[in-house]
Design a protein. Structure first.
Length: 201
């Protein structure tokens, strides 16, 4: 099948996001440049939200943006997709920055919320999601408690060299995680950070 490109270019003085859609076979990828934190959801419409398979985001992301990502990637406590789980399996945040602000996101259950902090993958940020691949922001300094817990589809991840701390249970029960790259700059790894990561050797 041929490749269809749809590019939406907005004036930086009036819009917050420049986005590009690429459709190939049954895969739908989207690149988004966020100019103002908290605006990610505005530029991914309902028709795209649950069918995008690969998403690359540049720019600042706050709690509202993280909640939007969680809304379409969250699975049940058993790791099974829910009625609201979308098709997104790959997310590239290498050119994004996690910033404080916006609302708190639901980290584990609806009654457990967390606020974002500058340059930190805070507690439960991607836990219980169905993502297979995550490229983390290049400037993060810390991975919080249970940040990736029970991501049953996650297969590999590279920790940026800027990270110095990995919190407890950070990758707990990532049963398909086969490869993780950790630099010598990490000086603290919390208890049970890789508990039940059965595919790691």
């Amino acid at each position: 099948m041929g490749k269809a490109n749809c590019e939406l270019v907005n004036s930086p003085t009036t819009k917050d996001v420049v986005s590009e859609l690429n459709l190939r076979s049954n895969e739908l990828s989207k690149n988004v440049i966020v100019k103002t934190a908290g605006t990610l959801s505005t530029f991914i419409n309902d028709d795209e939200k649950y069918v995008i398979t690969s998403l690359a985001i540049s720019g600042p992301l706050n709690g509202d943006d993280i909640q939007f990502i969680r809304d379409i990637t969250f699975t049940s406590s058993s790791g099974n997709p829910t009625e609201s789980t979308g098709a997104l399996h790959t997310i590239d945040l290498s050119n994004a920055q996690i910033v404080a602000g916006g609302g708190a996101y639901n980290a584990y259950r609806p009654d457990e919320t967390v606020n974002t902090q500058d340059n930190i993958v805070t507690a439960g940020m991607f836990g219980y999601s169905n993502l297979r691949t995550i490229v983390l922001p290049s400037n993060i300094t810390e991975i919080g408690e249970s940040a990736f817990e029970t991501m049953l589809s996650l297969e590999s991840i590279a920790i940026p060299v800027s990270v110095t701390k990995i919190g407890e249970k950070a990758f707990n029960t990532c049963k398909k995680l086969k490869s993780i790259t950790i630099s010598e700059n990490v000086i603290e790894i919390g208890s049970h950070a890789f508990l039940d990561c059965m595919a790691l050797t």
